[in-house]
Design a protein around this ligand. Structure first.
Ligand code: SDX
Length: 428
């Protein structure tokens, strides 16, 4: 872990006691008070539901400036990576801290191919799974099952990491495609060594014994960019779950399986599916009346929230949403697809950006607002959108998990609480 910059002390006075706590800053000048001695020296704990003000670790992986709308993976700006790299290269970057050279890229891609098939017994798992199962349930079940099929890899030795990363990346891709084929009653399509990571995914999703499907280069490029946009996002809900599970020394596959479940929630990765369902409802039920849905979102007595809007860290436009918005219109134009939901989404965005309720709370479109519209144009079904988010996020979750494993300050995660329940009483 890189050295931090010590900035002096913060003084806390309470109940006649004074304590001085060290303050330090990271490489991008984020400042923190180190409270590790707080309870021992004052008996006080901090109270911070949702960890809005709490830093759980020091990290060298991803930097976000929420006020300026900046996102960088290992120092590289997201716009640069999305424009110039392949998802496989960004996966390597997140895990290893540097972009792969030609040879490393080739070895990594070879691993992806050699681990791309699912164990036949895993494949038969689908035979007895309900057709209507949500693919996120399938994905989480398949992820944790990998620890049963490949127990030999559960060591923390770094040299295994390329095999574990590529095994997860390629098998989760297969599990996602297989769950889709199962849901529509089509025969599964096995991966091919002559196709790239994204070409393979589209081929496994859409090829049938009779349609001679070939992946459209426009969709391949778009999928590549979308997976890069989703690849990591520092200490978000699902990454924190992956690390919390891993902090008990549970294996990597179990940790990723838990992260998939956390991502599924509509307040997190599940939002991309709920954005489309919200837009379809506005179009069909409210005859495109955007004003009505804006009023509902502002009504404190209504639990409804505008899906794809707002963010814990971004208090400006999510830089990923900017890329996703441009990509959405480009892909639809290039594919000659017309979708009334895109115009509705743009109208809804304009209404949000013009409304004081949202402006005063720094609520802007986030990554989930436009990504679903691009997946939809590519023919990916709505209930697969969060699966796409999960596949993109796998390298980020692994990088965060590995960093936690190697953190000298790392220990099992176990927050405290303020108890407000009944005081001591006897059974009468
Ligand atoms: C992701 O953390 C990450 O990095 C996540 C992510 C990643 O890459 O991993 O970026 C991916 O999860 C993106 C977010 C996807 N979720 C949604 O789009 C769901 C809709 N958004 C909200 O539910 C909400 O904005 C959250 C969950 C994203 C953030 O919640 P916070 O930070 O806890 O904010 P909050 O609930 O405290 O809201 C602050 C205020 C409240 O109003 P007041 O109490 O101040 O009057 O803003 C309001 C909220 O009611 N508000 C909204 C709103 N989001 C916040 N009001 C209407 N619609 C919304 N969408």
């Amino acid at each position: 872990m890189s050295e931090v910059n010590k900035l002096g002390k913060a003084t806390l006075k309470f109940d006649g006691k004074t304590i001085e706590l060290p303050v330090f800053e990271g490489s991008e000048h984020e400042k923190a008070i180190d409270i590790r001695r707080l309870r021992k020296e004052t008996g006080l704990i901090t109270y911070d539901p949702g960890f809005v003000n709490t830093g759980s670790c020091q990290s060298e992986i991803t930097y976000i400036d929420g006020e300026k709308g900046i996102l960088r993976y290992r120092g590289y700006d997201i716009n640069d990576l999305a424009e110039k790299c392949e998802f496989v290269e960004v996966a390597y970057l997140l895990v290893h801290g540097k972009l792969p050279g030609k040879k490393q890229h080739q070895i990594f891609s070879t691993h992806l191919n050699s681990h791309s098939m699912l164990h036949e017994d895993m494949r038969h798992f689908f035979d007895n799974y309900p057709d209507h199962a949500h693919p996120m349930a399938t994905l989480s079940a398949m992820a944790v099952s990998l620890s049963s099929f490949y127990p030999e890899l559960e060591t923390s030795k770094k040299e295994n990491i390329d095999i574990r990363v590529t095994r997860l990346l390629s098998k989760m891709r297969a599990a996602a495609a297989f769950s889709y084929k199962k849901s529509i009653g089509h025969p599964i399509v096995q991966p091919r060594h002559d196709l790239s990571y994204c070409e393979n995914f589209l081929n496994m999703m859409f090829r049938t014994p009779v349609n001679g499907y070939e992946p459209d280069p426009v969709c391949v490029r778009a999928l590549n960019k979308l997976l890069i946009l989703h690849a990591d996002h520092e200490q978000n809900c699902s990454a924190s779950v992956v690390k919390m599970v891993g902090s008990s020394d549970a294996n990597l596959y179990a940790s990723i399986s838990a992260g998939i479940c956390a991502l599924w929630g509509p307040l997190h990765g599940g939002a991309n599916q709920h954005v489309i369902e919200m837009l379809e409802r506005i179009l069909k039920k409210d005859r495109g009346n955007v004003k009505k849905v804006i009023e509902r979102a502002k009504d404190k007595n209504d639990s409804f929230r505008l899906m794809g809007v707002g963010h814990r860290v971004y208090k400006s436009y999510d830089p990923r949403a900017k890329v996703a918005k441009q990509m959405c219109t480009d892909v639809l134009d290039q594919m000659g697809v017309k979708d009334p939901l895109v115009d509705l989404a743009q109208e809804l965005e304009e209404a949000v950006l013009a409304d004081d309720y949202f402006k005063s709370r720094s609520l802007y479109p986030n990554i989930d607002f436009y990504t679903g519209l691009t997946y939809r144009a590519m023919g990916i079904p709505t209930n697969m959108f969060t699966v796409m988010f999960a596949i993109g996020r796998i390298p980020g979750w692994i990088a965060q998990w590995l960093e936690m494993k190697e953190d000298p300050d790392g220990r099992i995660g176990r927050p405290r609480q303020v108890y407000t329940g009944p005081t001591k009483r006897k059974v009468s």
